[in-house]
Write a protein that binds this ligand. Sequence first.
Ligand code: ZN
Ligand code: ZN
Length: 264
Amino acid sequence: MRFVPDHDLHIHTKLSPCSNDPRQIPEAILAYGVTAGLKLLALADHCWPATQIPVLRASEPLPQSKRCHMIFGAEVDMDMNDQLSAPISDIEALDFAVIALNHLHLKNYCVPNDFPEDALTHKERFKERLHHLLSLDLPFYKTGIAHFSDGLVCTADPIRCIDLFSDAELIDIFQKIRDRGMGVELNLVPGRYSAGDLDSVLRPLRVAKSLGCKFYMGGDAHHPDDFAGTLTRKMNPLIDLLGLEESDKLPFIPETIARLEAEK
Ligand SMILES: [Zn+2]
Ligand SMILES: [Zn+2]
């Protein structure tokens, strides 16, 4: 059975500084989920020094509908000293955590101000951050690795930065992700890339699939207008390009939907 696009676990509200859109509130997000026929939504505002998880909890209590459930998550970051942006106890208390390790455009936070611009330095740093994360004691079953191929990993040379990962390096990383039970996020717009670049950004996801990693959808909306293309421009093309089946889905998703349905 084809992977059913029934969830979105990476959605920003107005509390994220890069949204700051008064229309982007949980009620509007729930309306999107209902309209799109989704069953499970997770908020994932940026957990940064000024927006720690207790601050982000201002979104609670979350609205719910009969057909669509909303859970509380966050997009956790990692600083230049490899410290996660939230204490592990706060991450454990989340319903779901999206973990972003490739926001390397955030100078003076994820990297020092004088960090070199070249693709190789960015790729090596991203790789080190991935292995560090995967060495931690986290509730990985309810976490996901955000936008692995995101251009922000190296704004000067993003495709080359991904190309610099050898297959063996990707296998090393995604075997650990699989073994920890962490999800792999589907979060890119295939139509934005040339054929060659699309092969580059899909390669990590294809390696992940070949190793038996489990996937979840992360639309990464920051504004209500972003929702329009989540399924049509991002998820359905990605599901087809990767040939994803329902069995490739992160187990957290059907388990959480079933639990919330039973609680009703
Ligand atoms: Zn992000
Ligand atoms: Zn995000």
